[in-house]
Design a protein around this ligand. Structure first.
Ligand SMILES: *Cc1c(COP(=O)(O)O)cnc(C)c1O
Length: 375
């Protein structure tokens, strides 16, 4: 089998027979010609909502990187999640989500699913026993997110997947933060992987997208393809083209981000103005061993509690020059964000918490920026 870096460049490549171009052509066409009998032409494309060469190239590459059989690209990470929920849940079913979960997903589960009489439990997944206790006869899906957002909690993917499959419950792991560079949840037994490709996969804060990857193609993935095609929350060909291009450099970016993040986490941990650093690469992290077991490196995200309260946190963020104060993550540039003020309903982050997305700038410049802002 090819190595990750090779697949990231070559998997799903479009071979252009018109001009022999090395970069893939962009297929903007919404419709595709049929043969003389009116059958679908040999390439298999009909209409871009149903399938498009650029989307197929992207899906093939992401499936290869996550070691799944099939991938499904969407117009955003949330669109991907909603499509999965629409496919696997039904009236009167129950879903288990992490207590520290991407706020859009918890909003969807808590505020919108009840319209279809779908119930949920919210549990701390850093201990598998908590999940065991919340399983009900109608539990259909367990959502895993590790590292969690924004507390960087780690859950044991393999243990959760084993528990779920013994009870015939499906699992989806939101792998947006770890990326397949660090963790491949499908090889640990999960049924699905979810990505906001807006983040590390896109990597440059200039394209919105989402993706699901299935460990196995089966009756459920036929249904999921139907949800994608009929639901229609699909990405544009150019969005697919951009994400596909960015995937080629993802492992280089993520490795650099991880290297910068551990150095910054260590610097912050020893700073007198810092109350706590949340980063799975620090030995002081509660689930350090689980993180080491399932992550090749510790990731480019960290959260930090500033001594004092919201005012001290805000003034630190304001004094930074290289780190921009903005939401989102996974881009080449470093970002910092006060979570409590963006969480909206159900906001529960500590008032002095700042979430940091480490970019690929030189680590010494980033540390110098933090040093001057904490002074
Ligand atoms: C951003 C994000 C999402 C949602 O993705 P969008 O592309 O913004 O819809 C889901 N999960 C995680 C962990 C994210 O960071």
């Amino acid at each position: 089998m090819q190595h990750f870096e090779t697949k990231a460049v070559h998997a799903g490549a479009i071979h252009d027979t018109t001009a022999g171009s090395i970069a893939p052509p962009l297929y903007l066409s919404t419709t595709f010609e049929r043969d003389e009998q009116g059958n679908i032409a040999p390439k298999g494309y009909i209409y871009t909502r149903l399938g498009n060469p650029n989307r197929q190239a992207l899906e093939t590459k992401i499936a290869a990187l996550e070691q799944g059989q099939e991938a499904f690209a969407f117009s955003s990470g949330m669109a991907a999640m909603v499509a999965l929920l629409q496919t696997v849940l039904e009236t009167d079913s129950h879903i288990i989500i992490p207590d520290d979960c991407y706020h859009g997903i918890s909003h969807m589960v808590k505020r919108m699913l009840p319209n279809w009489k779908i119930d949920y439990s919210e549990v701390d997944m850093s201990d598998v026993d908590n999940i065991k206790q919340s399983i009900q006869p109608n539990t259909k899906l367990i959502v895993i997110e590790t590292p969690s957002n924004p507390l960087l909690k780690i859950s044991d993917i393999e243990a959760i997947a084993q528990l779920a499959s013994s009870k015939h419950i499906l699992t989806v792991c939101d792998n947006t933060w770890a990326t397949p560079v660090l963790t491949t949840p499908l090889t640990l037994g999960c049924d699905f992987v979810l990505h906001s490709t807006t983040k590390y996969m896109g990597g440059h804060s200039d394209v919105l997208g989402g993706c699901l990857v299935a460990r196995q193609s089966n009756a459920l993935t036929i249904k999921l393809r139907e949800t994608q095609n009929i639901g229609g929350a699909v990405p544009s060909p150019f969005d697919c083209w951009l994400i596909n291009r960015s995937l080629a450099t993802m492992s280089l970016r993520v490795k650099q981000q991880c290297e910068n993040a551990i150095a910054i986490a260590q610097y912050l941990s020893s700073h007198p103005k810092i109350e706590k650093v949340m980063y799975p690469g620090l030995e002081t992290h509660a689930n350090y061993e689980t993180a080491r077991k399932q992550m090749k490196l510790s990731g480019g995200m960290l959260s930090v509690l500033i001594k004092g309260g919201q005012q001290e946190a805000m003034s630190f963020a304001a004094k930074l020059k290289l780190f921009k104060h903005a939401t989102s993550l996974g881009g080449v540039e470093s970002l910092i964000e006060h979570r409590l003020s963006v969480e909206g309903i159900n906001a529960k982050s500590p008032a002095n918490l700042l979430r940091v997305s480490i970019g690929i700038e030189h680590v010494n410049d980033l540390i110098e920026d933090i040093r001057q802002a904490l002074e």
